[in-house]
Design a protein around this ligand. Structure first.
Ligand code: ARG
Length: 461
């Protein structure tokens, strides 16, 4: 039997393989809410412009309501022969209300329909992700406030560099997430135009009111070019690009959680709720959630790459290639949402071992830069010379087998006469972080200032 929706000129139905490769219902059924919302807006507009009778409109609206209830109740039978969510919904509507259902598709094509549905879906995802990002930021801000004075080693090349405050380190991720949120919000602005009414590719001869459907669906305005409207998937790509950067940030953070929670570092302990055990080694506490968040970025960047390659070289307007936009995007946006939830859970629950952080921060001659800065400030030594002198001081501490604070004033003077006992003040990690007061620096006072700024930005308080 030929296809009920478009089979007029066909004498046979599709091959089984054709049906399998063509059908998207297996994954696009999750667009049902957006699809029905689009159809409701379209039917109302068709009636308002006199294209559809009020009686037909009312039958369509009531029928669509029932279809949605059936899908939500799990009693709807999706059919692969009907290809996609659009034709599944319309076919069921026809079973319910008869011929009026056939009038719903007036001045519409699946091309503008799917572009509209997917924009609405991606917009919903962005709104959810923005909420999740803000929740994670707020959790980080709370923990940063409590850890404003906690001293840990700051690293470059994963080698101890200079002491920093743990609060400052946490706020670094708040900044990254702030940029992520900005990118999602920016993508949302460009996404928020209404393709509905572009029809197959050329627009339509019916006197549509596209402003009316735009307003009903929460779009800022109708798209201005029908060819562009049905061929554009920039809105998915931009969202996946924003998702890729956000996932990359979460991956870096996860890597730090993995390192910090190792026995060798012992800076933090992830809660039981976010750790797993080993089936053979009873002592193990594995940071699986962090490892999985570290890895999810792979499939998210993969989705961006996959869809970029699908879109490359596609002529205008719609081609079936574009049906490949959904699975990768669904998967990537699901993965990011789950990653944000897992990260928020881990951050909320982890415990901090301040003593271990402090001990690690104090080792590795981490205040050497403070000695060089002292020589510049107090003895007028040019920084390059001060760097060299401090290098010799570090070497002498290493030879003596002590930290910088273990050197006596005689030890210092043996290297440079200009050093006096005031040097001892700058050798502690506390004085080191306290002195880093430049705007954006790690000093506890700066951390508290940034905490206040972010709390205000996130909560308005
Ligand atoms: N399932 C299709 C998709 O996701 C809907 C659009 C189909 N349009 C068409 N002319 N065959 O892209």
């Amino acid at each position: 039997m030929s296809n009920r929706m478009w089979g007029g000129r066909f004498s046979s139905g599709p091959d089984a393989i054709m049906e399998e490769i063509n059908a998207s219902i297996g994954f696009d059924q999750r667009l049902y809410r957006q699809d029905i919302a689009g159809s409701i807006a379209h039917a109302r507009m068709l009636a308002a412009t006199g294209i559809l009778t009020e009686a037909d409109r009312d039958a369509i609206l009531a029928g669509l309501d029932e279809v949605r209830s059936e899908i939500e109740a799990g009693t709807f039978t999706f059919s692969r022969a009907l290809e996609d969510i659009h034709m599944n919904v319309e076919s069921r509507l026809r079973e319910k209300i008869g011929d009026a259902a056939g009038r719903l598709h007036t001045a519409r094509s699946r091309n503008d329909q799917v572009a509209t549905d997917f924009r609405l879906y991606v917009r919903d995802c962005i709104d959810m992700l923005l909420g999740q990002i803000a929740a994670l930021q707020l959790k980080l801000v709370e923990r940063a406030e409590a850890e404003a004075e906690t001293i840990m080693p700051g690293f470059t090349h994963l080698q101890s560099a200079q002491p920093v405050t743990f609060g400052h380190h946490l706020l670094a991720y708040v900044e990254m997430l702030g940029r992520d949120a900005g990118r999602f919000a920016d993508a949302r602005k460009r996404l928020n135009e209404n393709p509905l009414g572009s029809a197959a590719l050329a627009g339509t001869s019916f006197p549509l009111d596209r402003d009316m459907t735009s307003a009903a669906l929460g779009f800022d305005r109708p798209t201005a070019n029908s060819l562009d409207a049905v061929s554009d998937r920039d809105f998915v790509l931009e969202t996946l690009a924003a998702a890729s950067l956000c996932a990359m940030h979460l991956s870096r953070f996860s890597e730090e959680l993995v390192i910090w929670s190792s026995a060798q570092f012992g800076f933090i302990r992830l809660s039981d709720k976010f750790s797993t055990g080993s089936s053979i080694m009873p002592q193990k506490r594995n940071p699986d959630a962090a490892e999985l968040v570290r890895a999810k970025v792979g499939r998210i960047i993969g989705a961006l790459t996959a869809l970029s390659i699908v879109m490359k070289g596609l002529p205008l307007a719609y081609s079936k290639d574009m049906q490949e936009d959904k699975e990768v995007a669904f998967d990537a946006l699901d993965a990011l949402s789950l990653s944000l939830a897992a990260m928020t859970g881990m951050i909320g629950d982890l415990t901090v071992n301040r003593a271990k952080m402090h001990a690690a921060a104090s080792s590795g001659f981490s205040t050497a830069t403070d000695i060089a800065d002292w020589l510049v400030r107090e003895a007028g030594v040019p920084f390059r010379d001060a760097h060299h002198i401090t290098g010799r001081i570090v070497a002498s501490a290493e030879a003596k087998g002590c930290g910088l604070e273990g050197l006596t004033i005689e030890d210092f003077k043996a290297i440079d006469e200009r050093i006096d006992s005031r040097i001892h003040k700058v050798l502690t990690v506390e004085s080191s972080v306290r002195s880093r007061k430049s705007y954006g620096g790690t000093a506890p006072d700066n951390v508290l200032m940034q905490v206040a700024r972010w709390r205000e930005a996130l909560t308005g308080e």
